[in-house]
Design a protein around this ligand. Structure first.
Ligand SMILES: NC(=O)c1ccc[n+]([C@@H]2O[C@H](COP(=O)([O-])OP(=O)(O)OC[C@H]3O[C@@H](n4cnc5c(N)ncnc54)[C@H](OP(=O)(O)O)[C@@H]3O)[C@@H](O)[C@H]2O)c1
Length: 244
């Protein structure tokens, strides 16, 4: 199997860990030789992840992309197709969050959050799904959140965007079943990543999950028998939701 796998937000946090776990799986399995297409806005992050993939002997490619910009989404998809001829997996991981009281959210916060989490995720999925529909194969992951179905006071815009992503997941499933495309909604609770900023108290850090707690089941879901689809992964810290 030589799947072409696009991972958005591959430069940091959960996306980086997903890229590295795919690369690790490639180093352990003779019949799994993916090409990992690493996408995010910061080229230096992607270069460092590509070096780590290379150390596992896995093939990767960097396509610097801001998914909030439709022209850049087009470039990501057309460049991937031109270079590799197919897209077998899309990991919709890129996401942003701004956390504060509802009264403090600005129009800029709204546009920034929705531009990546909703507009970017929607149009990239639309373009990639059309390719998979023609291929009659493929796998699309959405790294949504438990905030896609649970509200937290400081997460108004983030939750709105994640509830919206879940709406897309459920709609897409209605199309995907008839063309042999697998859809997996991954709903993590709090994971220790750069998304939380640098000032996380130790009391919180100590109970958060780590990126590899999410990436390992994602890679496993991809590698599961092609007749099977893992529809949903809900992954929480043992102590439950941290912002309760
Ligand atoms: N951490 C958590 O507790 C948690 C829990 C549940 C779900 N999630 C979800 O998991 C996903 C990854 O989160 P994370 O915690 O790993 O965040 P992170 O550490 O902040 O990493 C986010 C990644 O997405 C990229 N990105 C952001 N906006 C982008 C855009 N417009 N276009 C392309 N790439 C973009 C970032 O790179 P650049 O800034 O360089 O573009 C970065 O590589 C998100 O969808 C998040 O909502 C996170």
């Amino acid at each position: 199997m030589k799947p072409i796998i696009i991972i958005t937000g591959a430069g940091k946090g959960i996306g980086k860990s997903i890229a590295l776990d795919f690369a690790k799986a490639a180093s352990q399995k003779n019949d799994f030789k993916p090409v990992l297409i690493l996408a995010s806005r910061t080229a230096s992050d992607l270069e460092s992840v590509a070096d780590k993939c290379h150390a596992y002997g896995a093939a990767s490619d960097i396509i610097q992309t801001d998914i909030a910009d439709i022209a850049q989404i087009d470039r990501l998809v057309t460049t991937t197709l031109k270079r590799y001829g197919s897209i077998d997996c899309l990991v919709n991981n890129a996401g942003v969050g701004r956390f504060k009281a509802i009264g403090e959210m600005t129009e800029e916060d709204f546009d920034y959050t929705m531009g990546t989490n909703l507009k970017g995720t929607f149009f990239l999925t639309q373009k990639v799904f059309a390719i998979m529909e023609k291929q009659r194969s493929g796998h699309i992951f959405f790294i949504t959140s438990i905030a896609a179905e649970t509200a937290f006071k400081s997460s108004s815009l983030y939750s709105m965007s994640k509830f919206g992503q879940k709406g897309l997941v459920e709609t897409l499933r209605l199309y995907a079943k008839s063309c042999n495309v697998r859809i997996t909604n991954v709903m993590p609770g709090a994971v220790y990543t750069p998304m939380w900023g640098e000032e996380i108290p130790d009391s919180m850090k100590n109970v958060m999950m780590m990126p590899e707690d999410i990436s390992a089941p994602v890679v496993q879901a991809f590698l599961t028998a092609s007749r099977t689809t893992v529809e949903e992964l809900v992954i929480r810290p043992v102590c439950g939701d941290i912002n309760e």
